[in-house]
Design a protein around this ligand. Sequence first.
Ligand code: AMP
Length: 200
Amino acid sequence: MRIILIGPPGVGKGTQSSLLARTLKIPHISTGDLFRWHIANSSTLGKAVKAHIDAGELVPDSITELIVAEGLSRDDAAAGFILDGFPRTHDQARVLDAILETRGDKVDHVIEFTLDNADLASRLLARGRSDDTDDVIRRRLDVYVQERAAILGHYGPIVTELDASGSVEEIGERLLSALGARILQSLGVRSARSGHTVGG
Ligand code: AMP
């Protein structure tokens, strides 16, 4: 299963991606984590992306797409993956489609995490990452708001909105049931309760 989690910075996608990856036994590919690994290891790529990340700006597509293509080519990503933090622009979504098409795959589910700004701010403060300063947070949120509609428009019917409020456990349960409903829907299974196709 090929799943994308999208949402504003601090919404909890990283935590939920790694929990879901463990449950579904597929890799969690986070572009932000990959970039931070390169920065921590002072690689050439790390040096090239650091200023963009520190400023809350997007890393240029040429670099981002390289790192994603590498992540997706891992053997354990053949059966599926959870992408967290990619795509972040419409162009990146198109590039992802093209990469998947070469192997006869496509994205199955896109989950959009939503949370109000006050809750987002408190989650970001609790996390305390180096790019979680006031100005940089504001910039990252602006970048997200600018690109969000184009990405959601690109994926259309496979997008599910997820209320990302509450505890890690609550969000995790909501995420699993949303995915479960989508899977039943894609299989054309009818809900026993309503007699209607689940979610339809
Ligand atoms: P994240 O951990 O997903 O919040 O990402 C941290 C930072 O890494 C972002 O603010 C961007 O600077 C950079 N980054 C992560 N993913 C992407 C992407 N898909 N495209 C461009 N920049 C990205």
